[in-house]
Design a protein around this ligand. Structure first.
Ligand code: MN
Length: 306
């Protein structure tokens, strides 16, 4: 008698048990770099933990979009990166690999710390021009330097704006609440973009978030849009496993409401960063990340070819 395959079996640790990447339209790619963090390292193990937690999603049929991304999805494994190079050299390697992958597939990158996003946006901009950006985070990441050094995981958006990779009027930040100089915290708003601080979203869920969703839709319009989701946008109660946790954050359901409500945007790629499994408990953080990536991929599957 042939036994059914156990749904939580280790399918080579590929996201959602997908096949290795060949010609599928959607790709998941690990970017295991955490050399630019401020506080606790460990996000280099994020891709493995997110893939492992995604095994729980079984057939992958999403209850809101009513599709499974699995058959349209391939897992490219992790990028090959130098082990002891500085952030600038690592970013060159990331950009080169991301560019060739994004030219052929709609990609979701699993971080890694947030410094990788500058390289991913360089690849995105080379293919799609200056893009709109949806940025979930506790931190503004518009610091002009990283504690005296030119670049770190909190400077990528400052650099991306200066390089013209993203269009300042079409940047939307959601969940900000960390300490920072006021001019740094408000940079995106001062350049014409939108900021929804965690404070403004307290107590808002479901329909109460529709106003924010509508404002974001109006801001981004039909522009090619990149989504970057720092898992520390969530309250540490929902995501303890991250390097720089900030109390007073979003709930998992708030983020899911945004992802579902923004499904009609013209997304061209996504990353989910800063999952650091060494500080996690019961896979809470990696499960949240897997759900967000799955929801994004289901939204792309639902609109694929439409
Ligand atoms: Mn952050």
């Amino acid at each position: 008698m042939e036994l059914p395959s156990f749904p939580f079996a280790n399918n080579g640790n590929r996201f959602l048990g997908a096949n290795p990447l060949t010609t599928q339209p959607f790709a998941v790619v690990g970017v295991p770099f955490d050399g630019a963090v401020t506080n606790r390292p460990g996000a280099r193990f994020g891709p493995h933990a997110i893939r492992r937690s995604s095994q729980m999603l079984c057939d992958g049929i999403h209850p809101f979009f009513d599709v499974s991304p699995r058959t349209l999805l391939g897992d490219a494994g992790d990028m090959a990166l130098p082990n002891a190079a500085g952030v600038q050299v690592v970013r060159e390697h990331i950009e080169r690999q991301a560019h060739s992958l994004m030219a052929a597939h709609h990609c979701v990158f699993l971080g890694g710390d947030h410094a990788i996003t500058l390289a991913l946006l360089r690849a995105t901009s080379a293919l799609f021009g200056s893009v709109a950006l949806i940025h979930f985070d506790a931190h503004c990441d518009t610091w002009p330097d990283h504690f005296g050094e030119p670049s770190g995981h909190g400077t990528w958006l400052f650099e991306a704006l200066n390089e013209g990779l993203v269009s300042g009027q079409h940047v939307v930040q959601i969940g900000l609440r960390s300490s920072a100089d006021k001019a740094v915290r408000n940079l995106v708003r001062d350049q014409g973009g939108l900021i929804f601080e965690a404070r403004e979203l307290r107590g808002c869920d479901g329909l109460a978030l529709n106003d924010a969703v509508r404002k974001i839709q109006a801001c981004v319009g039909a522009m090619p849009c990149y989504l970057t989701l720092d898992i520390d946008c969530l309250d540490p109660g929902f995501a303890p496993g991250t390097g720089t946790p900030e109390p007073g954050g979003l709930s998992s359901t708030q983020v899911l409401t945004f992802l579902e409500g923004l499904a009609m945007l013209n997304f061209v790629g996504m990353d989910c960063v800063e999952v650091a499994p060494a500080y996690d408990h019961a896979e809470i953080t990696s499960l949240a990340a897997a759900h967000f990536v799955w929801t994004y991929l289901a939204s792309r599957t639902a609109t694929h070819g439409a």
